[in-house]
Ligand binder design. Structure first.
Ligand code: CU
Length: 674
């Protein structure tokens, strides 16, 4: 109880310190922003931004794309949450993206963005992001900005520590935030120490297609695995993961997991793990998890259940995993561009420990160990240390690098970003943030080639930055110019959800590869209508399939009769446009799922259940042309026992034939003449 009181007092003092710093130093925008700041963030109308910043949405489950330095919101990319704006997760093609071993999970908490890398640099091909609550990793294709794959990670809880990428995108590394019984079983929570275990997971990425696969998992002591980074350059082949709760507490963690002065940094030699796998040291365990992958030719998501995983145990695999002490309750763990320095931050420590890869290797070589935990050697703390950054601020969280030998760390409690020299461990500059920053991002800041021009702090608390919007305020990102010796605040902009982490990349690495439309001849969707001549309605028992086309400014067919109560109607809409930025929408009265947004050349399907006899309207929801309002039609629903025949048409021609395209062309020609 006495220790508890001491720790609660410590927390109180830390919070008091934060309040003191915030209130008494009278930091305002006026005192910080200099005269030409606005110009630096200004991107004139019609001009492009220099960088894309991809921000995770935290509890929104999504990813947003922003332009830097303007802070313009470019697109919300739906990933782990269904999105009625474009039918993601509602259309028949994309529903399977939400399959998990827990059933359909239409929401998640997305945390860390990782862009694919080649030779330690962003290559602009894919974006990976984790789902925290239902452990999953998603892949977004950066030619289309669409989520094309989601892989579940089995037997872990709270996949916060994910999906950290290696320098040639060989693996996405993750760790369980919460240890749990493996396999799951009904045991007392107070048996934590004997029954709960951790897992570190390696997901391989296919170098051509980007497809993910769970390669292996490493069984670890039951701690909380929080964040990770992989080595680069000379430390390529190694992963570094912070762990907290080495006390193995299971209740009131804020006190009970803050007992020890130091926790542990896990250090994994994954090349060694590969060798052990080849030697057959992996054990197969039965499990269940889902792999959902969009087929590029059909644009349909296929979902597969995987029932096996391979586990490596450090006891059977000497030299694969090590620990080294890390300051109290660590959060961030970051590797500098050279691969030599590893920053381990203890969020409850006044100092930061910087490790040297060379010294870690020397300590391993000479077995300079202070004992072991479950057969995992603990490297002597001093032996692996490059040095200690003394009292840089309160509550150090995350560090990024500018490629010029400088590191930038966010301090949650003292609300600031601190710039320091990685080699000499000297504090060079500090700037206030508004307020309580979590992650920060520098374009390429975790790669071998950072572009140290801007830094964005992602703040957890917004307070008085924007016009009030009721009890909830938009979260805040703050852009600093870091091209000079001193950091300079140049812009505030609101963000969506909780902008948990972001990565930023030169626009030039993405723009040339952006897809403008899907080629209609490549559309392999089995229900596509690749021209109006193929538009038709077919009955398959109780299912009615409408093969509908959309082109400015009509849907074909636009009159459908012969649908009966008890039928299930599938509207398969193919957008015939072959032009950039001409999606068509589709909504039908009484639809209880969502509308569709169909990209040029793509096919998307809306399932519709007739709800009463009558005539109901459908229309295009995306303002596509001057005659967009006219882009509509009717579907007639008759009683289940009626004998109204199935028929469909366009321009008052009831059709079962192929003259629709002709009619449409005549119509169009007439319009042009008028
Ligand atoms: Cu339209």
């Amino acid at each position: 109880m006495k220790t508890n009181t001491i720790f609660l007092t410590l927390f109180f003092l830390l919070v008091l310190g934060a309040v003191f710093l915030t209130d008494c130093s009278q930091r305002t925008t006026q005192t910080i922003v200099e005269g030409d700041a606005a110009q630096q963030a200004y991107v004139p109308p019609g001009e492009y931004d220099e960088f894309y910043a991809f921000m995770s949405g935290g509890f929104s489950g999504q990813v947003t794309a922003y332009g830097l330095p303007s802070g313009r919101l470019l697109k919300e990319i739906p990933v782990f949450s269904k999105y009625p704006e474009n039918g993601y997760g509602y259309s028949e093609e994309t529903k399977a993206m939400f399959n998990t071993s827990y059933g359909e999970v239409p929401w998640d908490d997305s945390h860390h963005i990782e862009l694919s890398q080649t030779d330690g640099e962003f290559d602009g091909r894919w974006l990976f992001v984790n789902g925290n609550n239902t452990p999953r990793i998603a892949r977004v294709d950066l030619t289309t900005f669409e989520t094309v794959e989601i892989l579940e990670i089995p037997d872990v809880a709270g996949l916060h520590c994910a999906p950290f990428i290696t320098e040639n995108s060989e693996y996405l590394v993750s760790g369980t935030r919460f240890s749990v019984p493996i396999p799951q079983e009904d045991v007392g929570i107070d048996t934590y120490q004997e029954n709960f275990k951790g897992l570190i997971n390696y997901v391989s990425v296919d170098p051509e297609e980007g497809h993910m696969e769970l390669a292996f998992q490493i069984e670890m002591p039951g701690y909380n695995y929080d964040l990770a980074r992989n080595g680069k350059g000379k430390s390529h082949g190694w992963s570094f993961l912070t762990t907290y709760n080495s006390e193995q507490a299971h209740t009131l963690l804020e006190v009970n997991a803050s007992q020890k002065d130091k926790d542990l940094l896990a250090i994994v030699n994954w090349k060694k793990a590969e060798e052990y796998l080849e030697q057959g040291k992996g054990q197969t365990r039965e499990t269940s998890f889902y792999h959902n992958l969009m087929d590029e030719s059909t644009s349909i998501v296929n979902s597969t259940e995987v029932t096996e995983t391979t586990i490596l145990n450090p006891q059977d695999c000497p030299g694969m995993v090590y620990f080294i002490p890390v300051p109290k309750s660590p959060h961030g763990c970051d590797v500098d561009p050279t691969g030599e320095f590893i920053v381990g931050n203890g969020k409850l420590s006044a100092d930061m420990s910087i490790y040297s890869f060379d010294k870690l290797m020397a300590a391993i070589e000479s077995e300079d160990f202070a004992g072991d935990i479950n057969g995992i050697p603990i490297i002597n703390y001093e032996s692996g240390l490059h040095g200690i950054l003394q009292k840089p601020g309160l509550g150090p969280l995350h560090t990024e690098f500018d490629g010029k030998g400088n590191a930038y760390t966010t301090f949650f409690i003292s609300s600031e970003v601190v710039k320091w020299d990685v080699e000499s461990l000297e504090v060079l500059d500090r700037q206030s943030t508004f307020y309580s920053p979590g992650h920060l991002v520098i374009p390429g800041g975790e790669t071998r080639k950072p572009e140290g021009k801007y830094l964005v702090a992602m703040n957890k608390i917004t307070k008085d930055r924007y016009l009030p919007t009721g009890p909830e305020l938009a979260h805040s990102a703050q852009l600093f110019d870091i091209s000079g010796e001193k950091m300079k605040l140049v812009l505030d902009f609101p963000t969506k959800g909780e902008p948990h982490y972001a990565q930023a990349i030169s626009a030039g690495k993405i723009v040339p590869n952006v897809k403008k439309f899907y080629r209609i001849e490549d559309n392999g969707h089995p229900r596509a209508a690749k021209g109006e001549g193929q538009a038709r309605v077919e009955r398959e028992g109780k299912e009615v399939h409408v093969y509908m086309t959309a082109i400015r400014s009509h849907l074909a067919p636009d009159n459908i009769e012969g649908i009966k109560m008890d039928d299930e109607v599938y509207f398969h809409i193919t957008n015939l446009e072959q032009d950039w930025d001409v999606p068509h929408g589709f909504a039908v009265q009484g639809a209880t799922n969502a509308e569709l947004l169909v990209m040029p050349g793509q096919t998307r399907t809306l399932k519709w259940k007739p709800f009463k006899p009558g005539v109901f309207a459908f229309y295009c929801t995306d303002f596509c042309s001057a005659l967009h309002q006219e882009m509509s039609g009717y579907v007639r629903v008759s009683p289940a026992n009626s004998d109204v025949p199935l028929k469909w048409g366009l321009n008052n021609e009831n059709t079962t034939a192929t003259n629709m395209r002709e009619q449409a062309e005549q119509q169009l020609a007439q319009r042009v003449d008028d």
